[in-house]
Write a protein that binds this ligand. Sequence first.
Ligand SMILES: Cc1cc2nc3c(=O)[nH]c(=O)nc-3n(C[C@H](O)[C@H](O)[C@H](O)COP(=O)(O)O)c2cc1C
Length: 239
Amino acid sequence: MPNHFIISAHPNPKSFIGAWASASARAAAELGAVAVSDLYAMQFDPVERASNPLETQYRASAGSAWADDVALEIDKIRAADVIVFHFPIWWFGAPAILKGWLDRCLVHGGLHDVDHRFDRGFCRGKTALFCVSTGATEVEVGPAGKEGRLDLLLWPLAYTLRYCGFEIADPVAVHGVHGYWEGAQKAALEARLTRVLDGQPAVIRTLADRRRWRFNADTDFDTAGQLHPDAERIWPFIA
Ligand SMILES: Cc1cc2nc3c(=O)[nH]c(=O)nc-3n(C[C@H](O)[C@H](O)[C@H](O)COP(=O)(O)O)c2cc1C
C-alpha cells in the first residue's frame, strides 16, 4: 500500500494541471494514504530569505526547528513512498514556485547531508514522477527538437531528487497544450486531455513497473567527485 504525495504547481485550479493532479489524488486514494500540496492554493512561499540558507537549514535541522510551512512539507515527503509532481514547463523548467519548494523543503540536515546523498540518500526507496505539460509539440521537445529535449529540461529537477536518494520514474508528458486555441483545435485538445485524465489511474496503479531513469552510481566517481574515465557517460551534464 504505497503512500502518495501529490504536488501541483499551477495558478489556476481549473487548469488541466489542476484536473490532472486531482485525477492522480483520486487514483492514489484507492491504493493508500494520500497527501496533497497545491502550491498556489496554499500560497506556498518559495523564497528562502535567510542570509545563509544552508547554515540556517542545518541549524534548524539540529533542533527540527524548521518554519511551520516547511515542516509540514517535510512530514509529507518523509511519509511518502511516491511523490507525483504536476506542473507546466515554464521557460524551459519548472515554475518558480516549485523550484522554491525544492529550495526550502529539501533541507540540509533533514533530507540530505554529506553522508546521505545520491546512492546513500535519506530518500532511498522513494520514487518521483513528473507529470508535465508543454506548449511545445512532441517534436519540438524530442530529439534534435528546437525547444530542447524534455528529459534534459527536467534533468536539474530530477537530479535534485536523485541527490536526496529518490528514484526517478519515466515522466508523463502532454504536449501542445495551449489555452488560446479556439474551435476545432480547442475541441481536439480537450479530447486529448480527457484521454490523459482517463489514463491517469493506470499510470498511478502501474508506477512500480514504470521504467526508471539511470544515473551514474557513487562508485563511478573518484574521491574528488569526477567521473572515472572508463565509466559510462549516461547524461551529457556529466561528460
Ligand atoms: C511563463 C510561461 C513560460 C512558458 N514557457 C514554456 C516553455 O519553455 N516551453 C514550453 O513548451 N511551453 C512553455 N509555456 C507554455 C506552457 O507550458 C503551457 O501553457 C502549459 O503547459 C499549458 O497549461 P495551461 O494552459 O493549463 O497553463 C510557457 C507558459 C508560460 C505561462
